[in-house]
Design a protein around this ligand. Sequence first.
Ligand SMILES: [Zn+2]
Length: 191
Amino acid sequence: MFLSFQAVVNFLKGPSGPKCLECDSVFIDGVCPNLDCPVKVAEWITRWCSPEAAKIPALDQAKAGQLAKLRLVLHPGELYELGQGDWDQLESVSAEQLSDIQRQMEGSKSAEPSAVLYGLKLPGVDERLAKRLIEVFSSIDALRVSKPERLQQIEGIDEEQCVEICRWFRDSLNKKALKMLEQNDFNLGRQ
Ligand SMILES: [Zn+2]
């Protein structure tokens, strides 16, 4: 058997196949592997703004999508650092809507720790597990520094998920998100 010229060209070009429409990354197992992909960022911001998380309904899915697409935010912490000029780039946001968003964002700073944790969108951490984790650890900071063995004792967390949660806290983007939230008056260490 010998390879055709085209086969060699394809091999040299690297992986091919379906690509993410938003960021052009080649899908791996049907999902976009790019952590900065605007689709993922938009999903994260939408989760953050949901009623079960930071409660910012005025910042709906469409606006979250625009913020991500314009690369104005990569994580929820950056929402709190946006200036007037950034918000002005969004299409069809009235002054009244913007003041609603900003008022709700201000209110989000006193969200329950379990709601903040749910909004952070850790792998596999749904609303129920977020509540459970805060019951056990009291704060996001305490969860962050907990030993994997301690985490694994919690009902509903298996070894694989434990590894993923620990990895989430080590990721540099997630670290930046937590730091920026703290700088914007979120108390992640409250008991
Ligand atoms: Zn993508």
